[in-house]
Structures are given as structure tokens and as C-alpha cells.
Design a protein around this ligand. Structure first.
Ligand SMILES: *Cc1c(COP(=O)(O)O)cnc(C)c1O
Length: 626
């Protein structure tokens, strides 16, 4: 395996050349080299001679109006093919390479001019594909200001027809379309996307690129083992220990190891998290479980109250309620493993105060039906979104649909190491959540003194479950990479979905067609044993025997029979274990019998593991069909 071939991509004037040069000099100690996309080869005098001619044609004859775009396109494709073969390939033998702009921009323009994808594929068939593409997104306006007067329409590939002269508006339109096209490709192909704010100094952009590219170099060194090789074992690492993450933690260590209020890194993380989900408020906690406990307290639930919770979930969805003496009544699961709205009416009593849902394995619950039920019966709707960062139901982010939501940030799609975040649009709930676990300073600062509960600001309600500052720093670094995490993980899910298409035994767990956008915690898979020649357990054994990482969830199951939920009162001694009458949850049982999962990677350098995982799963899935 050769060193990674990295490409900076973006519209003309985005600063690719300057940035590629500066990043290469900052990472020279890692062996990174910048190759100019205009550089000719030195593999032999003849090749050098030919490439020089080609370069002359490309860069000197550009102004001729007689040239058609077609001619231009073929010339460029020849250039990139030759460059990939005679400049990039030999350089990769010596170490990682970064090039300032590859054929994608041209492809975006041609596609804008009506070229079909298969034609583009043919045109660029012989061009060397990069291992990593980083799309720089700069606003067209800023590019205009930077490059005004120095650009000719022909340089932008605007050879004929409309563009005789480069006016501001035609430039802006043209650049915006190129950017949109590139963004679509970036999302489909799982590129890294780096947004460059108008005011950002080149040095700052370069520093951000350095940390991204260091991560690429770290992980590609770690994954240097070729995919599909004998004895290969997929390995899941999360979060990816990029140099950006490491430096965020180091910086925080010298800034503060403990914040007593929201004025430091914890507040910064909370604001970033609230913006990520789309709520007014976010309160960071020491764990998701602590967040769920705060949610119970903020909802005012106590002994004598009842809630309805899913029978099938991770137990911490409901245990904090049981701790507070709230009676938990359990609802069966629907076909996706989620709380089945049809089971709600039966569980309603005059003591019911709230419904809590978990969007299991990232598949959003039927929030339309559940929300209607809560509204009709005057119940609070609470969401455990710990599996469901990035998920939406009918276009609305989960965590914004109910009255309050909690996201664990333990080893979840966005992580702070240990931690959890309570989000809400309701300031009253936010204040009560603060009182629950963030006493003194923070409560004095953030709870208006005229509120009746402000009397508890000093002591809180007796508990402390504050987030760590290092966790918050990790969380901020994660959220800054959220677009990248999302596009990579969605890209991987799509590849698995396509690879399994039409297989009756194994499929990706996707949720309601057209309504759910998946959360990105794990890769959930469904197994139909009636269409297969072996049991799910045996199938998963075959996968793991071949070094793939899949499992049948162990600690998540039917929780309704746990004694904790059957204590008669809060103060009941732990030596007194209640007798539990078993009840049936056929929906949950059926789901459990058909569900297994694998990790969802999503960082530069995970390719070897992803490829191995995909190859192993598709091979065994094809073989197991009855
Ligand atoms: C992880 C998780 C929790 C608990 O979060 P912690 O941060 O581990 O306390 C609660 N509910 C669900 C569904 C989870 O996956």
C-alpha cells in the first residue's frame, strides 16, 4: 500500500494552491509533499517533452473562443491522466502527497453543462483517484473579492456562448453552481468538507487543515494493513484521536480542569450542542444516565406518578425514574424495535404523567403518533436520543420533538468520553435541570432570582452531576467535525445498503421509508432466519470468525422484568427483591431475534476496516440465502 494521495478541491479562487503549499511545509516532518497540479513529469525526457506541450496547450490557448468545451474537457482529462501517472504515482512511493485541485472541479462544471455521469466516468477513467479529498468551501463573494480582475472567463471553463466577459454576477452564479455541484459530490463520496469563513486568516485555515491531514496520516499509518488480507481484524476506534482532538485536550488542560459555571468550555460545548440539535438550551451532565435523572426531576416526577417507557431499550432510559420511585409501565416494540404507539392506550392510567421513548439504534420512533397521544392525554413527551445523534423524523431533528431530550455522549456518535446532554426549548425545565446537578454559582447566574425555585440555588437539590471540562473540550472538537462525521457515516451506510440490496436474509435497518433519517451510532442490521440457511447467532459467528466486527446486542434487551422496576416504594431495602411476574412483549422479542449490529466507522484511515467489514458481510450474506 502506498502513502495517501490527498487532494484539496474547491472552486477557482478558493485558495487551494496557497493552502496546499503552506500545509505541506507545516507537515514536512511527516513527509507530506505538495505537488502543483501544473507540474510536469521528470520520469523521462520524452514524457517531460509531451507534458510540456500539453501544458502549453492547456494554459496558453485558453483564451481562444474557437475552442469548444468538448475540446477543452478532453485536453484536461489527458492532462490529469498524465499527471496522475507520471507525477503523482512516483511521488507516492516516497510518501504522502497533496495536490491543489484535481479533475472534480472540471467534472462539476461539465455536469453543470449537461454531461451525463457515465460520460464523465469515461472521460476521467484513466485519472488516478485520490484517497482523500478535502473540499474547501469559500463564499463566491469572497472569491470574487480576492480574484477580481485576475480571472478570465476561459480559465473558469466558460469558453463560449454566455460568457464573453467576466461580470460579478456571472462569476457569482457560476461559482455558486460549481460549489453546489462539488458539495453534492462531497456528500455522496464521503469527502471532508472544510468551510472557510470569509474573515478567516489563511494561517487559521491552514492550521485547521493541518490537524485534519495529520489525522489522515495517523490513521492511514495505523491501517496500513491491506483490506481483505488473511487474518485481518476490523478494529473500531472512537473518537478518532486526531491531532486536533489531542491539542483540544492539551489546551483545555492549561485553561481549566474544572468549571463551576457556564462561562468556560462547558458553556461553549452546551451552546455548540444546542445549535447542533436545534434547541434553545442544553445542559451538559456527567453522563447520559445523570441527564435522564435530571430530566425526571425537571419533569417533577416522583412517587405516585407513572410513566410509560419502552420495554426494549438500554435500561438507563428508565432506571433513573425507578430510582425516584416513579412507577414505570412498559410498552411493547414495533417492527423497528421502537416503542409501539398502538400499545399506549392500554397503559394509560390517571397517574400517567409522561411517555419516554428511545430512538433505538438510531431509528426514529413514530413521533407523529406518540406526540398526538401525549397531547391528547396531557402527558409530557421525553426522548432518550442516546442512539440517535443526527436522526430526524419527518425532517425534524429528534430531541426537538418532545418536551425534553437527553443525548448520552458516552461512546456515542458524538462523544465527550463520559457525559450526557439534556436539551429543551423550555427555560423552566432548563433551570430545574440545573438545580438538579449544578449547584451554587451556575444556578445563581442562570436562574432568575424571582423564580420560586431560586431559593435552592446555593445547594441545588442535593446532587452534583457536572460535566468535566476535558469532556467538553472533546465534545467541541467532535461537533466541529460533525459534518464530516455525518457525511462519512452516511456514505458507509449507503454502501452497505446498496451491497445488500435484494438480499432477502440480511438488510440494513432503516426505519420508515421516507420518514426517518437514521441516527449514526451503530450500523443496525436485520436478519430474516426464514430466508436463511442458518440461525442469526451462527451467521454472526461466521462473520466474527473472519475477523469482522458484528455482534448481537447483549446489554440491551427487554428490561421490563428487572426487579428495580417492581419495587413498591422508593425506600425499599435492597435485600428485599420483589417477585416479578413475567409478561409478554412479542414485538420486542421478534425484533431482538432479528437484529444484529456492527460499528459505524467514519474517520480518515478507517478504509481497511470498512472494506473488510463490507466484503465479509456481503460474502456471507450471499452464501446464507436459502
Ligand atoms: C448510552 C445510553 C444511555 C446511558 O448513557 P450513559 O452516558 O452511558 O450514562 C441511556 N440510554 C441509551 C439508549 C443509551 O444508549
Amino acid at each position: 500500500m502506498t502513502a495517501p494521495f490527498i487532494v484539496l478541491e474547491g472552486p477557482d479562487g478558493a485558495g487551494k494552491t496557497t493552502l496546499a503549499r503552506s500545509v505541506a511545509s507545516l507537515l514536512a516532518h511527516r513527509g507530506l509533499r505538495h505537488l502543483d497540479r501544473r507540474q510536469i513529469a521528470d520520469t523521462s525526457p520524452f514524457v517531460a517533452h509531451l507534458m510540456e506541450q500539453l501544458a502549453n496547450m492547456l494554459w496558453s490557448s485558453g483564451d481562444s473562443r474557437d475552442l469548444t468545451d468538448d475540446f477543452w474537457a478532453h485536453l484536461q482529462a489527458s492532462w490529469f491522466s498524465a499527471h496522475g501517472q507520471h507525477v503523482v504515482r512516483p511521488a507516492l512511493a516516497d510518501g504522502p502527497v497533496i495536490v491543489d485541485g484535481w479533475y472534480h472541479k472540471l467534472a462539476a462544471k461539465l455536469s453543470d453543462q449537461g454531461w451525463a455521469d457515465p460520460d464523465l466516468d469515461r472521460l476521467f477513467a484513466r485519472v488516478r483517484r485520490p484517497d482523500h479529498v478535502i473540499l474547501l468551501r469559500t463564499s463566491p463573494k469572497a472569491m470574487w473579492e480576492r480574484r477580481q480582475g485576475t480571472l478570465r472567463p476561459t480559465e473558469l471553463g466558460m469558453h463560449n456562448r454566455e460568457y464573453t466577459e467576466l461580470g460579478e454576477q456571472s462569476f457569482l452564479d457560476h461559482q455558486q453552481r460549481t460549489l453546489d455541484n462539488l458539495t453534492t459530490t462531497a456528500e455522496n463520496e464521503g469527502w471532508h468538507i472544510v468551510d472557510v469563513p470569509d474573515q478567516e486568516d489563511v494561517k487559521e485555515t491552514a492550521a485547521r487543515l493541518v490537524s485534519l491531514i495529520s489525522g489522515i496520516l495517523d490513521t492511514s499509518a495505523a491501517a496500513a494493513q491491506p483490506a481483505g488480507s488473511e487474518g485481518f481484524t476490523a478494529r473500531y476506534v472512537w473518537p478518532n484521536p486526531t491531532s486536533s482532538l489531542k491539542s483540544a485536550v492539551l489546551k483545555q488542560m492549561s485553561r481549566s480542569l474544572s468549571d463551576r459555571d457556564g462561562r468556560g468550555v462547558i458553556g461553549e460545548f452546551e451552546r455548540a450542542f444546542a445549535a447542533f440539535i436545534g434547541t434553545e438550551h442544553a445542559v451538559a451532565m456527567s453522563s447520559g444516565t445523570a441527564g435522564l435523572h435530571a430530566m425526571c426531576a425537571a419533569a417533577g416526577l416522583t412517587e405516585g406518578d407513572e410513566i410509560i417507557a419502552p420495554a426494549y431499550t438500554f435500561f438507563a432510559t428508565a432506571t433513573p425514574f425507578a430510582y425516584e420511585g416513579v412507577q414505570v409501565r412498559f410498552a411493547d416494540a414495533d417492527a423497528y424495535g421502537n416503542l409501539d404507539p398502538a400499545s399506549l392506550p392500554r397503559l394509560l392510567t390517571e397517574r400517567t404523567r409522561a411517555v419516554i421513548v428511545t430512538h433505538m439504534w438510531g431509528v426514529p420512533c413514530d413521533m407523529t403518533a406518540i406526540k398526538a397521544f401525549c397531547r391528547d392525554n396531557g402527558l409530557l413527551l421525553l426522548e432518550d436520543c442516546s442512539h440517535a445523534h443526527f436522526a430526524s423524523w419527518d425532517g425534524q431533528r429528534v430531541g426537538t420533538i418532545g418536551d425534553m431530550a437527553v443525548f448520552s455522549t458516552n461512546q456515542k456518535a458524538i462523544t465527550t468520553g463520559e457525559g450526557g446532554v439534556l436539551v429543551t426549548n423550555n427555560p423552566h425545565f432548563k433551570e430545574l435541570a440545573l438545580l438538579h446537578g449544578q449547584y451554587n454559582k451556575r444556578c445563581f447566574q442562570e436562574i432568575p432570582a424571582d423564580r420560586p425555585h431560586a431559593a435552592y440555588a446555593l445547594t441545588g437539590m442535593g446532587l452534583k452531576s457536572r460535566s468535566t471540562t476535558l469532556g467538553a473540550a472533546i465534545g467541541i472538537d467532535q461537533l466541529a467535525a460533525a459534518t464530516d462525521i455525518e457525511s462519512r457515516r452516511r456514505h458507509i451506510l449507503d454502501r452497505f445498503d446498496k451491497a445488500l440490496a435484494g438480499n432477502p436474509a440480511v438488510s440494513l435497518s432503516r426505519g420508515a421509508e421516507g420518514r426517518s433519517e437514521l441516527g449514526l451510532y451503530v450500523m443496525g442490521l436485520r436478519y430474516d432466519a426464514t430466508a436463511a440457511t442458518c440461525s442469526m447467532a451462527e451467521f454472526v459467528d461466521r462473520l466474527t470468525a473472519d475477523g469482522a466486527d458484528f455482534d448481537i446486542p447483549g446489554s440491551t434487551g427487554v428490561i421490563a422484568h428487572e426487579p428495580l422496576f417492581h419495587r413498591t416504594h422508593r425506600a425499599q431495602s435492597w435485600t428485599e427483591v420483589p417477585d416479578v411476574k413475567a409478561s409478554d412483549f412479542p414485538g420486542a422479542d421478534a425484533f431482538i431475534r432479528s437484529f444484529f449490529k456492527g460499528p459505524l466507522w467514519g474517520y480518515p484511515g478507517d478504509e481497511a476496516s470498512v472494506e473488510h467489514q463490507l466484503a465479509t458481510l456481503t460474502r456471507h450474506a450471499a452464501a446464507v440465502v436459502r
